[in-house]
Design a protein. Structure first.
Length: 386
């Protein structure tokens, strides 16, 4: 294993002060600690990292003892979250820095090959080959201001390519989530996937169905709450992965408009919510089920409610949603027929509904995509807010 050390002095404005503090505390205690993974990759590409992760030779329990505000998490991967609070006591923002101990190549797998436990610790050289992609296996020593590369990550960044560490089929079998991570990195960075990764994803896409619905929820947020969500959607569909996340979803102009709108809001630093994302993705399925039920029973409201429940239950089998999220999705859907009626006597009450704004935005996007007959309705509610 050839080690490359590249001297790099990163802009201090891009480095997280809390992450540096954690490293300094661990170093002073006699251990070694490095910035690792995506933050190093992004810094090399002059991108502002969203998260700063740390790798160390200290055991999780040893790290936990060094920080009063920290907690041990995970069973499959034992990690430490070091907590930080910024701002005034009543309005403090909480964040955490994740610290992982170097791992060895020994893992415990289930019968289907998925890693179920990975708490055997090793050296930094062992830790490198346990990571997923070359571009995410870079370590930064803040003392020497050097990027340490054991696996060819620097070369891949220069070539703008994504290569997996080890055999793609085996690595995807151990953790199928790596397939959607590959798509996300390809799109975010504008890199090319290696031919080995492409063929392995086409062949093993179905393995994504082995992942717990709870874990896939957070992964879906990462996939679509960014500036390139629609491109990610198209690639997931191309590689046959989308149906293992949203089997009830099929691409249409509504989804395209919604994802482009989400990307635009993020670029403008405006708020976004997974409620809107899931409501859009599942609307076609909900609407089709509503029509089928309406033809069997006379009450439209009961059919609408039942259709909403059934579609949400089917989705939760694939990607888990918090109860508050599914409740708000349902609210947005159930408000659509109420808005479509444009009843003057109910305008004030609907405008005061806490879900009105989201339901209105939903209606507006429908009117400019899949339901042009609603343009008049959208104009009515736009005027009602003035």
């Amino acid at each position: 294993m050839k080690i490359i050390r590249q001297s790099v002095k990163f802009d201090k404005k891009l480095l997280d002060k809390d992450a540096l503090e954690v490293i300094n505390v661990i170093n002073k205690a006699g251990f070694k600690a490095y910035l690792v993974g995506g933050c190093v990759r992004d810094l090399l590409l002059d991108l502002e990292p969203k998260d700063f992760d740390i790798a160390t030779n200290a055991k999780p329990e040893q790290v936990h003892k060094l920080f009063k505000r920290s907690r041990l998490i995970g069973r499959r991967f034992r990690l430490v979250h070091v907590m930080f609070y910024h701002g005034q006591a009543s309005h403090s923002a909480r964040k955490f820095i994740e610290v992982a101990t170097f791992r060895s190549g020994k893992v415990q797998t289930a019968k289907n090959g998925v890693v179920v436990r990975d708490n055997c610790y090793g050296s930094i050289k062992d830790d490198v080959v346990r990571r997923d992609f070359n571009i995410n296996a870079l370590y930064y020593d803040i003392k020497t201001q050097e990027v340490i590369d054991y696996i060819g990550g620097l070369e891949d960044i220069k070539a703008q390519e994504v290569h997996i560490i080890g055999n793609p089929k085996l690595r995807f079998k151990q953790d199928p989530v790596r397939m959607i991570r590959a798509i996300r990195f390809q799109t975010k960075l504008g890199f090319q996937l290696s031919n080995e990764i492409k063929s392995a994803i086409f062949e093993q896409a179905s393995l994504l169905g082995n992942i717990s619905a709870a874990r896939l929820y957070e992964e879906c947020i990462k996939l679509f709450h960014n500036e390139y969500g629609f491109e990610v959607y198209e690639r997931l569909e191309k590689y046959g992965l989308l149906k293992y996340l949203f089997k009830q979803t099929h691409k249409n102009e509504f989804i395209k408009k919604a994802l482009l709108n989400t990307s635009d809001r993020i670029k403008k630093n405006q708020s976004v919510t997974p409620v809107f994302l899931f409501a859009v993705f599942l609307w076609q399925a909900q609407n089709e089920r509503f029509i089928a039920l309406k033809n069997k029973q006379n009450c439209s409201s009961l059919a609408m409610n039942q259709a909403s429940e059934e579609v949400i239950i089917n989705q939760i089998k694939q990607v888990s949603m918090p109860r508050w999220l599914s409740a708000r999705i349902k609210d947005v859907w159930l408000m659509q027929p109420r808005l479509e009626k444009m009843q003057p006597k109910k305008v004030k009450a609907l405008l005061g509904n806490p879900r009105f704004r989201m339901a209105y935005d939903f209606l507006l996007l429908r009117s400019i995509s899949i339901n042009p007959e609603l343009v008049k309705v959208a104009k009515f509610w736009t005027k009602a807010q003035q």
